[in-house]
Design a protein around this ligand. Sequence first.
Ligand code: FAD
Ligand code: SF4
Length: 564
Amino acid sequence: MPIIPQQRVYDVCVVGSGAGGGMAVYALTQAGADVVLLEAGGPWDNATDSAMLTWPYDSPRRGGSTRERPFGEFDACVGGWSIDGEPYTRAAGTRFDWWRARMVGGRTNHWGRISLRFGPYDFRRKSIDGLGDDWPISYDDLKPYYDRVDRLVGIFGSAENLPNEPDGIFLPPPRPRCYELLVKQAADRLGITCIPSRLSILTRAHNNRPACHYCGQCNRGCRTHSNFSSTNVLIAPALETGRLSLITNAMAREITTNRAGHATGVTYVDKTAGVDRHVRARVVVLAASALESARLLLNSTSPRFPHGLANASGVVGRYITDTTGTDVAGFIPALQGNVPHNEDGVGGMHLYMPWWLDNRTLDFPRGYHIEVWGGRGVPSAGFMGGIHRYPPGGGYGTALKDQYRRLYGTTVGFSGRGEMIPNDDSYCEIDPDAVDRWGIPVLRFHWKWTDHEHRQVKHMQETFRALIAEMGGQVFDPMPGPDRGFGIASGGSIIHELGGVRMGADPTSAVLNAWCQAHDVKNLFVADGGPFVTQADKNPTWTILALAWRTADRITELRRRGDL
Ligand SMILES: Cc1cc2nc3c(=O)[nH]c(=O)nc-3n(C[C@H](O)[C@H](O)[C@H](O)COP(=O)(O)OP(=O)(O)OC[C@H]3O[C@@H](n4cnc5c(N)ncnc54)[C@H](O)[C@@H]3O)c2cc1C
Ligand code: SF4
């Protein structure tokens, strides 16, 4: 297909408008750069597009999921595990699921807003236990940017002074709900650290955004912008500078280069017009999500870069990880027949449990944190997961309605979210036999959990069962055995995929330097989860935001010095 060129040369072209891309365009436009942002999906504005206040009975589906909204029809995020015309493949024997957003703001339109800093140990794990690799930067390098993200975006939490769970600049946390108080008591008795959660939701008015009104529907997008989405908190102010050109429905195909080996811009499919276009820029920043950024590099081949751009090391697509995860839920008799009350709160947990143990006493490295769920959320299709699972549940007519009233809100669940160690058998590459609807070669995944992850997940299962027992509850499902990997979720399914474009001081084993700048192409940067060297036992997005801001500042500094 002929490519339609554009004459204008932007200072920077950013690909992808999620957490990383949003932060990059925010910081770059504030610093005076002319930026073009290519986004594969369509526009979205929570103020007008969110279904925040829609009742389930307003829809015949009662909130059930659709193909492009797997988390329910009112969910804010357009995307899913499979997207029409955009396949990916898996090597034989691989279980891997890839969740992709296709809209302005990416996955920040839905995410759980659990906003955790990586701790000092997380950047130097190899030095501590000999596994994986250390980051080329330390917590102290990133701390000023975590602070800036806290101040700009807003986050609630509590100062706890724990060794590897750095405190931030917090707004006050909401009080625990009724069932969370029971969780806290059980955790205290079992010696498990249990503290207020840390979510990027405003409990006080902040930076011209009003405080949360506790509707509990964050995943639907917040009409008042009281939680964080890239669209409303980062891209909107970037557009207000007049220095950002946002091009939606623009699917990047490859990064172009000149004879000197510098990036010159990006070729993209204009999905609306059905033509290929080329945008020119002095600097290119990839933020299309970790694995898509790896795909873009691998697809940008040329005589000078036959194995893909910035891939002299052969490491693009390697060292990919996802959070380990498993869930256990149970029926808590003490919660039945509770006085009906409103416990909506923020759209997420009010408590969580950071990693609390010492690996020297355990048979697996690294750790996990525990997320808590339950309570009386707005009932929608499939709520309570089927009443027959509750010991006294079932029946017909009035008896059944009474059962629902009595048992509603008696489920408590725990989700483990832990650290996977990168391994040689988990990577992605270009599938030579498959292309998407635009003829762009697609990724093929290879994935393997090791004994480290299986043992960790077994420990999660045992801990969650002990917590439910301590609350006087009954677990719904039996403990999964080794034949089922102790209930470990498939690779990718926790939707925290990272790496593939990792940073490191050594250009033979890393794609990017300590500034997320390609070792091989000096005007090419990556600002999503691709640069991560390790997963940590934390959700990644607060670190993506901090790292992207640091990368944008570096670009500004290099441009000021005339080095880009
Ligand atoms: C259900 C769910 C819950 C989550 N909860 C949490 C949580 O509580 N805490 C946490 O830290 N993280 C959470 N996450 C993960 C979090 O959403 C991601 O870590 C974060 O959004 C990643 O940011 P990103 O910029 O790398 O990618 P994304 O947010 O995915 O943005 C990438 C953007 O690039 C666009 N794009 C992709 N390919 C191309 C292309 N070729 N050309 C142009 N544009 C392209 C996409 O359309 C998308 O808009 C959750 C995710 C999901 C789905
Ligand atoms: S719970 Fe608060 S932040 Fe979340 S959608 Fe409702 S008002 Fe907005």
